[in-house]
Structure formats: structure tokens, C-alpha cells
Design a protein around this ligand. Structure first.
Ligand SMILES: Nc1ncnc2c1ncn2[C@@H]1O[C@H](COP(=O)(O)OP(=O)(O)OP(=O)(O)O)[C@@H](O)[C@H]1O
Length: 539
């Protein structure tokens, strides 16, 4: 596939990625040209000066009347002879001519005026005035911030975008401003986001040592990346895409016949993972089920998947009966049975691995195939179980969550904020990879990620947009790839086709039904697919 710039038919977001790449290439070319110009600068100046001197000489000769040209020629010849005869004359003459040429050839273009124009200066002044109550100290003898003060001393760098709004700003603030207090920071960030222009996302970088705040406007993340096979190694799952400045790696992604490179948020699972399980939270409709579907499609490439869906809207029906899909459970009884089997399977793997290790053998092959447990909206089952006097299915996640890493078992839980209190402690404790989708108050986001995101959240985010944090790592902005339910009537044909192409074939009849408790119990636990088949036979 040829790697070419983005086609015009792509949406605004994808075009922005391409524009960023073109801008980067231009920046490189400009840097190379600047370096070459720096090295050759003296030579260029002298050559330009010599050219100017020669043309001045020609002009002078042309202006001289014909009857005076003889004496002038005689004078020049005499000076030339004198120079030749005087000791060091030729050398001195060359130096003199070069100096004159350098003087003549010096760059005389007046330096461009880089200051802001009147409207921009007005915007900066307004921003400065708005910041005065936050940064002024009543006892400061020489305040940096004061009404009617000098904004250009406080704003050390500023850039404006094409629409005339602030694109980048470096703000100095007094050392006594409590920049270590999240609430104080949040107040300033809210003010800046409102005053510098709503509807855009801002990145705030607080330099506590230098007492400097850098505000940068972020371009929207590409929201039209369709589901596809990502170029990753086993054990890597692409949660979505983020800013180029946040991640060094890029993934080549297909857009029809074209390819573009986009920075991914990659989550590593398996034995060496430090964040072996994931929790995704969001508002209704923010795209957590879509994230789970995207994870399932990637997991099925190398492993088996068990889906427990408390939402009960049939969003995972397209996965039922597919090779590698052990079960798609929508009822409490099935959820309990499947999760009990998963807990036993985790224990079996642990025991088998341990025995092999004691015997000095490598882990048996039937413990190496990754097993994924995807649990959407467990809070619904928790309420149902409490009403029916049964066990909360989350209790069965204890073994997979605690010991899953060693047994190649990964748990992904998605829940809505409204039901957050229904999440069990063990789920909260052991899911160290976190995702928040959709707009939410910053304290809710902080409660999930463990820290405040470095950007001011928009009041409206497209579905699949949010933040991801792996363990104690940085918070990344995230856009989940578009992975809709192919059975949903609202799904476009292109999206449906993209998801259907990723689904494994269906060798188990889809109408075999969910894995029943008894079938799971009697099935050979070393062959999870066989368990489903045994159930199908029993059904
Ligand atoms: N990454 C995405 N890109 C494009 N559209 C998305 C994305 N994620 C979700 N959507 C769209 O948003 C809508 C809701 O998505 P989804 O069902 O995944 O949300 P949810 O958080 O599970 O909400 P609910 O539990 O209420 O269904 C769907 O129409 C879906 O197609």
C-alpha cells in the first residue's frame, strides 16, 4: 500500500493528522535550510556585496562622459600600479575590497515586527486583567499582576491561530501562588479555558520550579478511525488513539487504499504486565460497550473471550458462537455460571503452571492461550443478585483479578458512573489500567484515573472520546476506534463490513444458547471451546 498524503474525502479530523505530518516534514526541511544558510552566510554576504560594488562601478563608468573616461582609466591604472608596488599592497587591497563588499552586502531588511496586532494585544490584556485576582498578592511590593499592569511582562510567549484566538501562551506567575493545590490550579485553568475561547481543548503544563504555566490548544483527536487489524504484537491491545506529542510510537492505519500513521494508546497484558486488568467508566452512551467490543475483536486474534453483559441490550450478539467466544451471557444465572467456570479455569491454570515449574518444565500449552473476561455493567447484576438473594457475580472475579496475570487471564470491566458504587472493592483494587469516556466533572474523572487530566475537558465530547491511564503513567487523551454493533440498524454499511471482517468464523451454531451452569461444570475445563460445544450438544 502506497504511503501518501491523506485523500480529501477524509473528514476534518483525519485531515488534521495528515496536516500535522506535512507540517513536521516542512519543519525538518526548514531546519536543514536554516543550518545551511547559517554556515554559508558570510560567503553569501560578501558575494552580494561584490555584486553590488561591480554594478556600482558599471553605473559610474556608464555615467562618465566619454572625454573623461581616458583620465579615469589612467587614474585607476595608477592606483593599481601603486597597490602592486607597495609592500603587502595586493593583500591589503583584497582585504579592503572584501570589507567593502561585506559592508555593502549586509542584510538591510528591517526586522519583522513580531509583536501582536491591536486586537491580539487587546485579547492578551483582557486575559491578564482576568488573571489579576488569581495571581495578585496584596503584600507584594512589586506585583507582576495588578490592574492596568504590564501584560507583556507576565506573558512571555504567545501565538495566535488563524481565527485570531490564542493558540499558545506562556504565563509567568508569582512564586507565592499555591500551584501545588489542585483547586487553585483548576480555578486558573477554568478561567483561561473560558477567556481564551470555549469549545476547544487546552493542555496546561505547570512548571512549579519556574513559576510558569504553558497553555496549548489541542487539535481534536481523529474520531473516524474504523475498526481494523492493528499492527501489534500478541499481548498488546490498542485502546484508542491519542496526541502525537504524548506517544512516540505510531501505528500505520488503513483508510481505504491509503495509510496514515497515528499514535496509539497501547495496553500490555499478560505475564509481564504491570496493569493486567482494565476498568472503563463513562456516562450512558459514551462508548464503553464499543471499547469492550474493540478489545474483544483484538483479543480474539490470539485468545478466548467470555462476555458477560449486564446491559442486556444485545450489543454483543454478533460475537455469539464465533470461534474463541466461549459465551455471551446476558442473564444472571448464566453470568454466575460462566464466571464460576472462569475462576476455576484460572485456578487450574495456576496449579498446572506451578506443577510444571516444580518439574522444571515450561508452562503447559493449555495455560498459555490468553483468556479474556469482559464484563459490561456488572452493577446491574449486582442489584439483581441482591434482589434475588444470590451471589454478586463480581465476587467470582476475585481469583481472576488477583491471580489472572500469572494465568494469562485478563479482566475488563465497563460500568457507568451512576452505578459506580456497585463496583466491588476487588474490581477497584485490581484494575490498574483505567479509561474514562465522555464528559464528566473533573472530580469524577480524578476518582477513576487517580489524578486530574492535564487538559480542560469539553462540555460535549464525541462518543468514544475520553482519557486513559495505565497504572501510575501519564494521562492520555483517548479516542476509541469506531467499532459499532454490526447488527444495529443505525450502523453504516462500511462500519458494519469493517467489524464483520474482524469477527472470527462461526463454527458453533449461534442459537446454541449461553453457557449453562451444568454444561460448564461438566465440560473439560482445559478446553473452554469444548465447554461451549458440550453445552450446545446438551441443549
Ligand atoms: N469510538 C466510537 N466512535 C464512533 N462512535 C461511537 C464510538 N463509541 C460509541 N459510539 C457510538 O455511540 C453510541 C453509544 O455507544 P455505546 O453503546 O458503546 O455506549 P455505552 O457507553 O455502552 O452506552 P450504553 O451502555 O448506554 O449503551 C453508539 O451509537 C455508538 O455507535
Amino acid at each position: 500500500m502506497a504511503r501518501r498524503p491523506l485523500p480529501r474525502i477524509l473528514s476534518k479530523d483525519s485531515a488534521q493528522i495528515a496536516r500535522a505530518q506535512i507540517a513536521r516534514s516542512r519543519e525538518l526541511a526548514r531546519t536543514a535550510a536554516d543550518s545551511a544558510t547559517d554556515v554559508l552566510h558570510p560567503l553569501i554576504t560578501v558575494s552580494r556585496g561584490l555584486g553590488l560594488l561591480a554594478s556600482a562601478g558599471r553605473r559610474k563608468w556608464a555615467q562618465t562622459p566619454k572625454d573623461r573616461r581616458g583620465p579615469l582609466l589612467f587614474l585607476v591604472a595608477s592606483v593599481f600600479l601603486l597597490v602592486v608596488l607597495v609592500p603587502y599592497g595586493p593583500l591589503l587591497a583584497v582585504i579592503t575590497v572584501m570589507a567593502a563588499a561585506a559592508w555593502q552586502g549586509r542584510d538591510r531588511t528591517p526586522p519583522a515586527d513580531e509583536g501582536p496586532d491591536e486586537s491580539q494585544a487587546e485579547r492578551l490584556r483582557a486575559l491578564y486583567e482576568a488573571l489579576v485576582p488569581y495571581f495578585a498578592g496584596p503584600e507584594d511590593p512589586a506585583p507582576l499582576y495588578a490592574h492596568g499592569g504590564e501584560w507583556d511582562k507576565a506573558f512571555t510567549a504567545h501565538e495566535f491561530d488563524d481565527t485570531g484566538r490564542v493558540g499558545h501562551l506562556v504565563i509567568r506567575y508569582p512564586a507565592y501562588f499555591p500551584d501545588g493545590e489542585p483547586e487553585a490550579r483548576a480555578r486558573v485553568e477554568r478561567l483561561l479555558a473560558a477567556k481564551a475561547g470555549r469549545g476547544r481543548e487546552y493542555h496546561f503544563a505547570w512548571d512549579e520550579e519556574g513559576n510558569q504555566l504553558t497553555v496549548t490548544v489541542l487539535a481534536p483527536l481523529p474520531a473516524d478511525i474504523a475498526a481494523q487489524r492493528f499492527v501489534t504484537t500478541p499481548g498488546e491491545t490498542v485502546l484508542g488513539f491519542t496526541d502525537p506529542s504524548e506517544v512516540r510510537r505510531t501505528l500505520p492505519l488503513a483508510y481505504g487504499e491509503e495509510q496514515v500513521d497515528v499514535p496509539p494508546v497501547v495496553w500490555r497484558t499478560g505475564i509481564r504486565s504491570t496493569e493486567p486488568h482494565l476498568l472503563a467508566m463513562g456516562q450512558p452512551g459514551s462508548g464503553t460497550s464499543t471499547l469492550l467490543r474493540s478489545v474483544a475483536l483484538q483479543a480474539l486474534e490470539h485468545g478466548d473471550v467470555l462476555i458477560v453483559d449486564g446491559g442486556g441490550t444485545g450489543e454483543y450478539a454478533s460475537l455469539t458462537g464465533r470461534d474463541g467466544v466461549l459465551a455471551v451471557e446476558c442473564a444472571l444465572a448464566g453470568a454466575l455460571a460462566s464466571l464460576e467456570w472462569a475462576a476455576q479455569e484460572t485456578e487450574r491454570r495456576l496449579v498446572a503452571t506451578d506443577l510444571a515449574r516444580q518439574a522444571g518444565d515450561p508452562p503447559p500449552p493449555d495455560t498459555r492461550r490468553p483468556l479474556w473476561i469482559l464484563l459490561d455493567r456488572p452493577g446491574v447484576f449486582a442489584h439483581l443478585a441482591a434482589a434475588e438473594g444470590r451471589r454478586d457475580p463480581q465476587a467470582l472475579l476475585q481469583v481472576p483479578l488477583r491471580h489472572g496475570r500469572a494465568a494469562n487471564v485478563t479482566v475488563v470491566v465497563a460500568e457507568q458512573f451512576d452505578n459506580a458504587e456497585a463496583l466491588s472493592d476487588v474490581v477497584r483494587q485490581h484494575t490498574r489500567a483505567r479509561v474514562v469516556l465522555g464528559s464528566a466533572p473533573s472530580r469524577q474523572v480524578e476518582a477513576v484515573l487517580g489524578t486530574r487530566p492535564p487538559t480542560a475537558a469539553l462540555t460535549h465530547l464525541p462518543p468514544g472520546r475520553g482519557y486513559a491511564r495505565l497504572g501510575y503513567g501519564p494521562v492520555h487523551r483517548l479516542q476509541v476506534p469506531r467499532t459499532p454493533d454490526p447488527y444495529d440498524d443505525a450502523t453504516s454499511d462500511a462500519d458494519r463490513q469493517a467489524v464483520l471482517e474482524l469477527l472470527p468464523p462461526r463454527s458453533t451454531p449461534a442459537d446454541a444458547g449461553p453457557v449453562a451452569a451444568e454444561a460448564v461444570a461438566v465440560a473439560d475445563p482445559t478446553k473452554p471451546v469444548a465447554a461451549a460445544e458440550a453445552l450446545a450438544a446438551e441443549g
